[in-house]
Design a protein. Structure first.
Length: 405
């Protein structure tokens, strides 16, 4: 039998989706499953985007420019300028989701065997993208005890070797909800300038900030234009995950001309979804005001309910719509599967994402889970109650099993 590639064997499973067969099985049994495992908002997509698709009068679904429609890129550059990010349409390449933008960024800046420094825990697919690109992830670890705060610049600098090409951050962060301060961004900017590295910033959650904290973009920093690459997406901003439209942004002309070759190789981003995404930029501010208020209420509800469970440690996110919770268990993978396979409370159960998959360092995060607060408050309260009761029964069964060994 022909053998699959070593790269294929190294590709990690998604901690977010790998338990899906157990979830599907639970639903077939008639159980209601609260999905806390995935960042799929239940917020409605703006009507202006939906209507743009409904009103399409095209006779042919043609290719767009490989960089995306100029009309969309121009409108997107105007959106960024309103946020003090001064970019032109030539500085933007439209991609099939933020995922493709990250792949383009890695392909443009890194060779086989090069090293990418990442602040962990991080978005799980960074591991997958790195494997696919032949890149080695070098983690700089933060802890739940510090609220997953950015480690010191010294911690980053110690990891830099001749193979280091870039530092990758997510701001605000998935899976922790941590948001970098202006001071922290300036420290990272100074570091990449000192060592002549790229700084790649995944900013797909830029609108989702709470408590008066202000998002500070990599593109707001003067003097690192040749080092900075921003990744963005419509998925979360407009609740358009299925549209698969993102973008890569940089003022570095060589980066963009190189990334353009990758864009040409995949021909073009999807036409209909670009039409919807361009229209979505006309979404009124009131939409975002309501969405941010809703997510803040959900965050506060979730954190309050989790803090009522004995032995659970959780920090309050500053942005995005995720948190990492440390549970009084040894193996979150086993517990998450048990919830779907063997537990229910009044015909309901919960799906959570084991957090070990959000780390690169082996053996870390084994007792942690990522929770996405993308459900209405009543559902979050019900889901945490199931989690609380489930933890009690699970731990009792674990203790009983140990006694019988």
């Amino acid at each position: 039998m022909p053998k699959i590639s070593s790269k294929g064997k190294l590709m990690p499973e998604s901690p977010i989706r790998k338990l899906t067969p157990y979830s599907e099985s639970a639903k077939k049994k008639g159980l209601k499953v609260y999905h806390l495992n995935i960042g799929q908002p239940d917020i409605k997509t703006p009507k202006v985007a939906i209507n743009a698709v409904k009103n399409i009068t095209l006779d042919i679904l043609e290719y767009s420019h490989s960089a995306g429609f100029e009309s969309y890129r121009t409108k997107l550059s105007q959106y960024y300028k309103h946020q003090n990010v001064n970019v032109d349409f030539e500085d933007i390449i439209i991609t099939s989701g933020g995922s493709e933008a990250l792949l383009f960024a890695l392909g443009t800046t890194m060779d086989q065997g090069d090293e990418l420094i990442v602040h962990e825990p991080f978005y799980a697919n960074y591991n997958a993208f790195s494997v696919a690109s032949g890149v080695t992830v070098i983690p700089v670890t933060s802890t739940i005890e510090t609220g997953f705060a950015l480690p010191s610049v010294d911690a980053f600098e110690k990891m830099i070797t001749p193979k280091t090409k870039a530092i990758l951050i997510c701001n605000p962060g998935n899976p922790t909800g941590y948001m970098y301060s202006e001071e922290e961004m300036m420290r990272l900017a100074a570091l990449v300038k000192k060592h002549d590295l790229f700084l790649i910033s995944d900013e797909v959650y830029r609108e989702f900030t709470y408590d008066g904290d202000v998002h500070y973009s990599i593109m707001n920093i003067k003097g690192i234009e040749d080092h900075a690459i921003m990744i963005d997406s419509v998925s979360k901003r407009f609740s358009m995950c299925g549209a698969r439209i993102g973008c890569m942004v940089s003022k570095n002309k060589e980066i963009m001309s190189t990334a353009m070759k990758f864009a040409q190789a995949r021909l073009s981003p999807p036409t209909i979804e670009q039409i919807a995404s361009e229209a979505a930029l006309d979404t009124p501010k009131s939409y975002f005001d309501e969405v941010i208020t809703e997510y803040k209420d959900r965050r506060d509800t979730l954190i309050s309910e989790l803090n009522k469970i004995e032995g659970v440690i959780v920090t309050k996110p500053k942005g995005a719509f995720y948190c990492i919770a440390q549970l009084p268990i040894d193996n979150a993978d086993d517990f998450a599967q048990w919830l779907l396979e063997k537990y229910q409370l009044n015909g309901e159960t919960v799906m959570i994402a084991p957090a070990a998959g959000f780390y690169s360092t082996p053996g870390i995060g084994l007792n942690q889970v990522r929770i996405a607060y993308v459900l209405k408050k009543e559902d979050l309260i019900s889901a945490v109650q199931i989690l609380k009761e489930g933890l009690s029964i699970y731990n009792s069964k674990q203790k009983s099993a140990l006694l019988h060994i």
